[in-house]
Write a protein that binds this ligand. Structure first.
Ligand code: BGC
Ligand code: NOJ
Length: 820
């Protein structure tokens, strides 16, 4: 069952009924100002940090789930009938409804009682504000007298404090209303230099800033008293819950359309110039007024939308494919790339499932997100690498998270996740393969954000790898620390106390738990880095990392192989995890994927054997589960993984992040059809037809789909903010379609099943646009023509000058008999 359709030409997903199984959201903004918005206008906004600079209030885990938003109300001032043109929060019937989620904007349109309302929500490029542009059209035969209300509820900045500290917060709320603009000024008089604003193009018929006054006692957002009565009260909030509500009266002749614009935003004043007159304690609004005025003009809004569309066309234009598979093309060309941008911006902070208060930027998460983003805006990826590396510890280890606002490591979550450093190596490798800019390695970068500790970035990468080598356990495998990629495999935790964090608690010292996953990851990273060291002429270092990788492969072969698959780990006591010898959790997906990806077992048949085991034991029609058999009860020596009911999350859920590793592994092992098959099982577009089962958005990946052990097998959760996005993109573009940046040029090595038709790819790479045609046939690509000139092998050499267009034709081993 579907709830909408893809409009590929406009790059929009069109939701055609408002009662989607879950709120289906989109993101506004991709620089400093962000918002999430659901298909019924729920959501919230923030400036840079979803916790510390939250502009508007949202109630997570509410009933209904999605409460708090950019709510408009329409009221027929003749009959008193009122409704929400976005369906929620009044929930009344609509005669027509359509929500279009696009690239950085959302339009919600509806019809009721002959009044059409269409609102586009967008954050203009370069601004710290959002615009809601509403167009009202009277489709009745007679004139209509309407009131339009635009409303938001201010959050008192720190979203965590806002949701908990009522004894203080219900006394501190402050607003200022000046020239029809509502300013949110809580704490501005004292230590803050920032404020919120909410304006309306009018003509204004009044406002409210006190929630109680607007909603009325014992009422919710579903039936505000001011809307019912048709009149705001002009309230000025003191404490309690400050809001912003504007009322506009519109008289529309039959067929007439009128535009009303609301502007919501974030402003900052210099510390020494906060007040006007100086020392008065009165917010100086003079700096922000011009920008507010500008965006209250509908033509400026239209220009902003056009500029945003152009920006996205440009960004997405860096890689476009035409493979003939609509699900692959649609995800790669639009939605997967778009999701990559969102994960790059927000890491795991703010979504329907991430409350914005808990998780800043993850070290491993952000490094992986970069893999799917680097080709779109390499300069931003460059800065991100330097920021992340700047939080690295002098040991080579890492804070597990860092704060987006301060860019400092977050000691609340701690460190000691022993896979973290290796992801930095892969991010640097991806950046270098994309740009070839070896000079980044000489950039001075501090350790732990401490001035005076700067070392070249190359030193950070080396220490990241050395960190693993210096922490090996009794089997010569890397010590796992608090956890590796699988945050829930907590082998040193031993928690039996409710509420303890599995990730930061360590109740027993002296454990020697080891990770086969980190071993595979290390081999991948060390070999990639060695190639870069060779490129820099650092042959001794290169040899050192190559030999460390070789030793690690040997350790995996000796102690990481279980007979038919790779083991997962050794626990605190040195007992294997992910082995046929275990009663549950016998086989895990992660080491099968990552070890083969690192090349382990490709020559001696182990890779094939491991992948066959995956197919036999872990693959389901909805994707590949994380491990089997799922743990049926809590195990002190394994931690959080065994705390989930079977079939969910890390305990036998389909943890989608890991699936592309197996896709790539299948491709490397020569099974292109198998790789594509796995790809399509979790591809959101390919699952659109079962939206009633999948339940999350059909246009973005979710972190998890419930496994067969759960009663809800096939149901997705935790959409949007997941490493699934970047990795599926990498698998689809660099391995299936096979256009992969290499240090020496653009590699063209598709892994598509025999019989596949001609594939076209446009790829912007190091300043040149490559237009690639892969001719049908069987086997690997063996030769190319580059602007008509034959080239042996499958790497397009680097071009002489940038700004040119290069035509590439790729020929597979044996040509197809007939081109379909
Ligand atoms: C989740 C993991 C996540 C971790 C982060 C756990 O509850 O299951 O997926 O990585 O929290 O702290
Ligand atoms: C989600 C976390 O964000 C990610 O870092 C981790 O690797 C996975 N969960 C698996 O536990």
């Amino acid at each position: 069952m579907r709830y909408g359709y893809f409009d590929d030409d406009r790059r929009e997903y069109v939701i055609t009924r408002p009662d989607t199984p879950l709120p289906w959201i989109n993101y506004l903004g991709s620089e400093d100002y962000f918002g999430i918005i659901s298909n019924t206008a729920g959501g919230y906004s923030f400036y840079r940090d979803a916790r510390l600079r939250r502009l508007t209030r949202y109630r997570y885990n509410n009933a209904p789930l999605d409460l708090g938003g950019r709510y408009l109300y329409l009221r027929d001032d003749e009959t008193g009938e009122f409704w929400s043109p976005s369906w929620q929060p009044t929930g009344g019937a609509l005669d027509a409804y359509e929500c279009r989620h696009g690239m950085g904007y959302t339009t919600i349109a509806s019809l009721r009682a002959g009044i059409r309302a269409e609102t586009t929500y967008v954050v203009p490029l370069g601004e710290t504000l959002e615009v809601w542009r509403t167009r009202l059209t009277n489709e009745r035969a007679e004139a209509a007298s309407l009131s339009l209300f635009g409303t938001i509820e201010w959050c008192l900045w720190d979203a965590n404090d806002d949701a908990t500290n009522f004894q203080r917060n219900w006394s501190i709320g402050e607003v200022l209303v000046e020239d029809g603009v509502i300013y949110h000024t809580t704490e501005y008089r004292e230590r803050r230099d920032h404020f919120g604003f909410f304006a309306c193009s009018g003509p204004s018929a009044g406002f409210d800033t006190s929630r109680d006054a607007f909603l009325g006692a014992y009422r919710g957002w579903d039936r505000p008293l001011a809307v019912e009565r048709g009149a705001t009260t002009g309230s000025v909030a003191h404490g309690w819950q400050p809001i912003g509500a504007h009322q506009v009266r519109v008289r529309l002749q039959p067929g007439e359309t009128r535009e009303v614009v609301f502007v919501l935003g974030y402003g900052e004043n210099p510390r020494e110039a906060k007040f006007h007159p100086p020392g008065s304690g009165h917010l100086d609004t003079r700096r922000v007024r011009p920008v507010i005025r500008r965006y209250l003009d509908g033509t400026v809004v239209e220009e902003a939308l056009v500029a945003l569309r152009r920006r996205w066309d440009e960004q997405l234009g860096s890689l476009q494919v035409a493979t003939g598979n609509e699900h692959l093309d649609r995800m790669v060309n639009t939605w997967n790339a778009y999701q990559n941008m969102v994960t790059f911006n927000l890491s795991r902070s703010a979504s329907l499932f991430e409350s914005g208060v808990g998780r800043g930027m993850g070290f491993r998460d952000s490094n992986q997100d970069l893999l799917g983003f680097v080709h779109m805006v390499p300069e931003r990826a460059r800065q991100r690498i330097l920021d992340i590396a700047g939080t690295q510890l002098a040991t080579g280890g890492a804070w597990h998270q860092y704060q987006p606002l301060t860019k400092r490591g977050n000691d609340a979550v701690g460190s000691g996740f022993n896979d973290d450093p290796a992801w930095l190596v892969l991010a640097v490798d991806a950046y270098l393969r994309e740009t070839g800019e070896l000079a980044i390695l000489d950039e001075p970068v501090p350790y732990d954000t401490t001035p005076g500790t700067e070392q070249p970035l190359s030193d950070h990468v080396r220490r990241a790898l050395d960190y693993t080598v210096e922490r090996l356990g009794p089997h010569g495998l890397p010590l796992i620390g608090r956890a590796d990629w699988n945050d829930c495999l907590n082998l040193n935790c031993f928690s039996d106390t409710p509420g303890e964090s599995f990730q930061t608690t360590q109740n027993r010292e002296g454990g020697v738990a080891e990770s086969v996953f980190i071993a595979g990851l290390f081999v991948l990273a060390a070999n990639a880095w060695a190639a870069i060291e060779e490129r820099r002429g650092e042959t001794a270092a290169a040899a050192r990392y190559r030999s460390a990788a070789t030793d690690m492969v040997a350790a995996v072969e000796r102690h990481g192989w279980d007979g038919a698959w790779f083991r997962r780990a050794y626990d605190f006591f040195g007992e294997p995890v992910g082995s046929a010898a275990n009663d549950e959790g016998q086989i895990f997906i992660e080491p099968q994927g990552i070890c083969v990806l690192a090349g382990i077992g490709l020559e001696d048949g182990r890779a094939r054997r491991a992948l066959d085991s995956v197919r036999e034991r872990l693959a389901t029609p909805h994707g590949i589960v994380l491990q089997q058999p799922a743990y049926s009860g809590y195990r002190l020596n394994l931690g959080e993984i065994s705390s989930y009911p079977p079939g969910y999350k890390e305990n036998g859920g389909i943890f989608c992040h890991t699936n592309p590793w197996v896709m790539i592994a299948e491709a490397l092992a020569g099974n292109a059809a198998g790789a594509l098959d796995y790809y399509l099982r979790i591809n959101p577009s390919a699952r659109e037809g079962i939206s009633d089962v999948h339940r999350c958005e059909p246009y973005v990946y979710a972190q998890m789909i419930a496994g067969p052990d759960a009663p809800t097998h096939g149901e997705a959760k935790n959409s949007w903010l997941t490493g699934t996005a970047a990795w599926n993109y990498v698998a689809a573009t660099q391995w299936l379609v096979g256009v992969r940046p290499e240090l020496d040029g653009l590699g063209i090595d598709p892994h598509l099943p025999d019989g596949w038709r001609e594939v076209h790819v446009t790829r912007r790479f190091r300043g040149t646009e490559y237009r690639i045609a892969v001719h049908p046939g069987t086997g690997r690509v063996k030769r190319l023509t580059v602007d008509g000139v034959p080239v042996e092998g499958n790497v397009v050499p680097l071009p002489g000058e940038s700004g040119t267009v290069v035509e590439v034709e790729a020929f597979r081993e044996a040509p197809a008999e007939a081109v379909p």
